[in-house]
Write a protein that binds this ligand. Structure first.
Ligand code: NAP
Length: 309
């Protein structure tokens, strides 16, 4: 039986892995479908303490993984299929195999949200994308006009990043003020290649028949006016949904699907802890994820001490 299984290898999961590994608990750390988590899809991380020049997101995650492995964390490539938290030990089905464990740290993070248009779904990976850093440099986007949707830090960061490749970037936002932090806003609004499209939503992505993005239909939600904006790519950056579906009803979640915590990182199930974006709709930062990952590790360690087999 395992002492600790950590589900997820983002900032929270790998920090929990470093701490539990250093406590000689030899954690299993399950990667899920996105090893390294969302930070691997970002460009330079400028606000993680300790890196005055910033650090590449992918590099940061590699460093964290190496650090965890140095102390004996066991990274396992695989997917969680279901859980049974009804008794002791806790049971996890991972790629068809049942794993028994005394504690679980859930750090499954969140996934990018879609606008919800049929044309968006049909053109995914044919010009519609949810990750500028993953796809922005593709030949189809070079020297072309591109559209980013959203008004938060992600949208602004993606728009700024895309100016490296695009002839022009339109940032389409449903209101007339950005939610993004002031420093990021200023960068976008003053950038010569970025044009703001305020009070507007995308109502259709063109052109499904051609199996590629040729433009987007827009609606100004203040005036009701509609228009077509030619572009070669649509980058959707409108927030995230927590990855909690796999837990079914086993863990309490709030109305947004985020795991509910009952003091520290404790969930409703004794021995199950949650950290990072899966339980945080407020801060959602790499450093807060790392911080709560550390807290979950310490709480798991204390739980094991207080509940000997
Ligand atoms: P967010 O802050 O929740 O912003 C989502 C944006 O999408 C909002 O502007 C929202 O509009 C818009 N939106 C939501 N649903 C929409 C829909 N159906 N159609 C059109 N627009 C829609 O999400 P985020 O930008 O991904 O940021 C998440 C967290 O990560 C934040 O805490 C952010 O600070 C952090 N982050 C930080 C950095 C950084 O510091 N470098 C980079 C990326 C993200 P409204 O404004 O009208 O609600």
């Amino acid at each position: 039986m395992e002492q600790v299984v950590i589900i997820g290898t983002g900032c929270a999961g790998l920090t929990a892995a470093i701490y539990t590994a250093r406590a000689n608990l030899s954690p299993v750390v399950l990667t899920g479908t996105m090893p390294g988590g969302l930070l691997t899809t970002t460009s330079t991380v400028e606000n993680f303490p300790g890196f005055p020049e910033g650090i590449d997101g992918f590099q940061l995650m590699q460093n964290l993984q190496k650090q965890a492995e140095r102390f004996g964390a066991r990274i396992q490539f695989g997917n969680l299929e279901s859980v049974d938290f009804s008794g002791k030990p806790l049971k996890l089905v991972i790629d068809g195999e049942t794993v028994e464990t005394r504690t679980v740290i859930v750090t499954t993070g969140s996934s990018p949200r879609a606008i919800g248009l049929e044309s968006e779904r049909l053109l995914e990976k044919m010009g519609v994308t949810y990750c500028a850093t993953c796809d922005g440099a593709l030949p189809q986007f070079r020297n072309q006009p591109l559209v980013v949707v959203g008004g938060g830090d992600s949208a602004v960061e993606e728009a700024t990043y895309l100016t490296r490749f695009a002839s022009k970037v339109y940032l389409v936002h449903r209101r007339d003020t950005l939610r993004a932090s002031v420093i990021m806003q200023q960068r976008a609004i003053t950038h010569p290649k970025i044009e703001m499209v305020w009070n507007s939503i995308v109502t259709e992505v063109l052109d499904v028949a051609q199996k590629k993005v040729t433009g987007v239909k827009l609606k100004n939600i203040v005036t009701g006016e509609t228009s077509t904006l030619p572009c070669a790519g649509l980058f959707v950056a409108i927030g995230h949904t927590p990855n909690t579906a796999v837990f079914g009803g086993a863990l309490d979640v709030d109305e947004g699907g985020y795991i509910k915590l009952y003091g520290g990182t404790r969930t409703n199930v004794p021995g199950v802890f949650a950290a990072g974006d899966v339980a945080d709709h407020v801060y959602r930062q790499a450093v807060t994820a790392a911080g709560t990952g550390c807290a979950a590790a310490i709480e798991a360690e204390r739980f094991l001490e207080a509940n000997p087999v």
